[in-house]
Ligand binder design. Structure first.
Ligand SMILES: NC(=O)c1ccc[n+]([C@@H]2O[C@H](COP(=O)([O-])OP(=O)(O)OC[C@H]3O[C@@H](n4cnc5c(N)ncnc54)[C@H](O)[C@@H]3O)[C@@H](O)[C@H]2O)c1
Length: 295
């Protein structure tokens, strides 16, 4: 665990949900202080509990000590008030993926932190350029796109909006370099950025092929894991991502581009309508209430 940080010593984080909690841990483990804002105290506590649970997993695997856990948690302050962000060196928003929600919150935050503090977004599906255009001083806006789970996925996409100042992009590359095991990739602000631009059509194709009876869900995953060396088969991956999360991302990319590769396959919509959202619902392609293999 690094103890030093030269730039972005204190980072304001908006939202301590799936992504925010993981990112808070990563930033705190790099020696930074994190001021995390949530909507109410219960969500602050739930977010901090999620960070503690991640760290407990690390302790169980022998990767993190009890002292590391205490130090990381001490560096994260949870609050329900954006005024606590006064004096932070950057703000990263990880709230609900809705342009109006993000704009309203970041506008409020900009009034607290001033015109010079970078405003960063972890959005997967929205245009960073569009978000920047809605905010004062758009040159200080960029994407800092971590993947789920943030503590373990190594790639971080730095998303350059049309307005992003190049100096900010350089500072973000340097920031990611200080995060344990993380690797920065700078990408332009296009729907899906880099990884999802390639991943979304692949997952859509797999769902369509499965729907047409190509093979069982288990055989599709096994074929790609063993045949191509993929660490995780596509249907296991979809269950982990959440079918609703994938649907939201691919719908957004389809709306932005009109590219039929992003059009959600009909089975995906039906699964989401039926509440079969994957692991979190206990029912998806590979997760089922009574059987695991060929649902
Ligand atoms: N889940 C993923 O796989 C994933 C991966 C990469 C990026 N993202 C992006 O990360 C962002 C967050 O996604 P998530 O999956 O963590 O969502 P989530 O629903 O798990 O968490 C969002 C959190 O934001 C909080 N929030 C909402 N409005 C707020 C406000 N005004 N002030 C403070 N907190 C507020 C909510 O209470 C909630 O805890 C989205 O933009 C999404 O596109 C998600």
């Amino acid at each position: 665990m690094s103890e030093s940080s030269t730039d972005f010593a204190t980072i304001g984080l908006l939202g301590l949900g799936t992504m925010g909690a993981g990112i808070a841990q990563v930033l705190a483990a790099s020696g930074r202080k994190v001021v995390a804002v949530e909507t109410d105290r219960a969500r602050v506590d739930a977010g901090l509990a999620r960070v503690a649970a991640f760290l407990d997993g690390g302790i169980a695997r022998g990767e993190v000590s009890e002292v590391d856990k205490r130090v990381v948690l001490e560096r994260i302050t949870g609050t329900t008030s954006v005024t606590e962000l006064h004096g932070v060196d950057a703000v990263l928003e990880c709230v609900t993926d809705n342009a109006e929600v993000k704009t309203a919150l970041l506008t409020e935050v900009a009034a607290v932190v001033g015109d010079r503090i970078p405003l960063l977004t972890d959005t997967s599906a929205l245009s960073v350029t569009d978000l920047a255009a809605r905010l004062p001083e758009p040159g200080r806006v960029a994407g800092l796109h971590f993947f789920d789970p943030a503590p373990t996925v190594r790639t971080v996409e730095i998303v350059r909006a049309l307005q992003s100042e190049e100096d900010l992009i350089d500072r973000l590359v340097a920031l990611v370099d200080t995060l344990a095991d993380k690797v920065a990739v700078v990408v332009d602000d296009r729907p899906g950025f880099l990884i999802n631009a390639l991943l979304l059509p692949y997952l859509n194709d797999v769902v369509a092929e499965y729907d047409e009876g190509l093979a069982t869900a288990a055989d599709i995953d096994t074929a790609l894991e063993l045949g191509l060396g993929y660490k995780t088969g596509p249907l296991t991956m979809l269950d982990a991502i959440g079918l609703d999360v994938h649907l939201h991302a691919t719908e957004a990319a389809y709306a932005a581009t009109g590219d039929p590769r992003y059009a959600p396959p009909p089975l995906l919509r039906r699964m989401v309508a039926a509440g079969r959202l994957g692991n979190k619902a206990g029912h998806g392609f590979r997760t089922a209430p009574h059987r695991e293999d060929d649902n």
